[in-house]
Design a protein around this ligand. Structure first.
Ligand code: SF4
Length: 397
């Protein structure tokens, strides 16, 4: 069976991680004969479905098998199964090779080998949706982060014990933090001079994700060579993990001049409602701690969160202004409901005109980037500041 990954710059990390556990595969830019693998997030879903629907009705692709994975299909497997033959739900490293091996045992359209024993997949048969159920979490040490020549970032941690209502990470990877061992990480040290490490919360390396474990972080950082970028793209850190100890480790062992923080709102009421588990004051304190260490804090905020009122937006703006006054930078986002999250069915709130105007003014000053309302076009930022959501989930197929 010819295995084809549908290439897109947005799914390169998924391909790097999953390609490492597959045999030979090709990168293709359109549907081709064989097995077609697609990994995608919600903004790409409509285009992907259009392409797959057209290919499946075309004669040339009649014998191809279409398999979907990634954040969107994992959050909406029933929807994805209307377009694809199979959907890999959640982590792909164990599920995808097993599914492919099972399919290779026979021509599926002629009723070849039974795939119902493959855990972690969804499909439609005779008009009925089937999900084979969750499977065990993979052991990161047994799954390479990439296989040359296609390189990806080194994923050091997967899963998150927090339950932020807008975030797909816990539903994709579970609530338990799993860390790649230092020994396994160091096997990939030599592939890069500039090392970027992937984690939902980089400063939580080696910990349970609730209390920092600086000794584990130091063990990791002192084992790596070259320029290590830690707590910055393509990762970020939670504010309460920013401590003087942690910043000392960054300034001692790392090359980054910025630390990227998830702040999300300046309103404690909103932070409680989205279950962030920290306060607005902690966000400002964390930014100050980064600045005191001589680095620039870059803080994410989301506007339009469900239930957010104008006074909440004003509180977020106040928080943003305080961080900018102290030399920080802001990345603004507009809330997008993501499948598989508690807020999947929620509608974004409008951004009040005066808040919108003031954010625009800050953007013109160059300290704020991103798009904070549907009307706003994204303000371009240097590439390393653009953090595609799928960068955090390199192996959610
Ligand atoms: S936003 Fe960050 S801290 Fe919250 S659940 Fe997602 S990964 Fe965890």
């Amino acid at each position: 069976m010819q295995i084809n990954f549908r290439w897109s710059p947005k799914n390169r990390y998924s391909i790097a991680a999953l390609g490492a556990v597959l045999g030979d595969y090709r990168l293709v830019r359109r549907p081709e004969a064989g097995v077609m693998l697609y990994s995608f997030a919600s903004p790409q879903a409509a285009d992907v479905y259009r392409e797959v629907d057209a290919a499946r009705t075309a004669r040339a692709a009649h014998d191809s098998i279409f398999i979907a994975g990634g954040p969107h299909p994992s959050g909406r497997p029933e929807e994805a199964a209307e377009h694809f033959d199979y959907v890999v739900v959640g982590e792909g490293e164990a599920t995808l090779p097993e599914l492919l091996a099972t399919l290779e045992g026979g021509a599926i359209r002629e009723g070849g080998r039974d795939v119902s024993g493959v855990r972690g997949i969804a499909f439609t048969r005779d008009g009925r949706f089937h999900y084979t159920g969750p499977r065990e979490e993979v052991d990161l040490d047994r799954c390479p982060p990439f296989r040359p020549p296609l390189l990806g970032p080194i994923e050091i941690t997967r899963g998150c014990p927090w339950g932020c209502a807008y975030c797909q990470t816990p539903s994709l990877f579970g609530h338990r933090m799993r860390h790649r061992s230092i020994e396994a990480i160091c096997r990939y040290d030599g592939f890069y001079e500039d090392k970027r490490l992937v984690s939902p919360n980089a400063f939580a390396y080696g910990s349970d994700g609730v209390r920092p474990a600086p000794e584990a972080v130091e063990g990791l950082l002192k084992s790596l060579t070259g320029n290590v970028y830690f707590g910055t793209f393509p990762s970020e850190v939670r504010p309460e993990f920013v401590t003087r100890d942690m910043m000392e480790l960054v300034t001692t062992y790392c090359a980054n001049r910025e630390v990227h923080l998830g702040g999300q709102s300046g309103s404690d009421r909103v932070l409680r409602s989205i279950r962030r588990g920290h306060t607005a004051a902690q966000v400002v304190e964390a930014a100050a701690c980064v600045r005191d260490a001589g680095l620039t804090p870059v803080v994410d905020f989301i506007f339009g969160l469900p239930g957010e009122r104008e006074e909440d937006q004003a509180a977020t703006l106040g928080c943003i202004e305080a961080i900018i006054r102290e030399g920080g930078k802001i990345r603004a986002h507009y809330f997008m409901p993501l499948p598989g999250t508690p807020l999947a069915a929620a509608q974004p709130e409008k951004v009040a005109p005066e808040i919108d105007r003031l954010l625009g003014k800050l953007a013109l000053g160059g300290r704020l980037t991103g798009s904070w309302s549907p009307q706003r076009t994204r303000i371009k930022t240097p590439r390393r500041h653009l953090e595609p959501k799928d960068a955090k989930t390199p192996s959610s197929f």
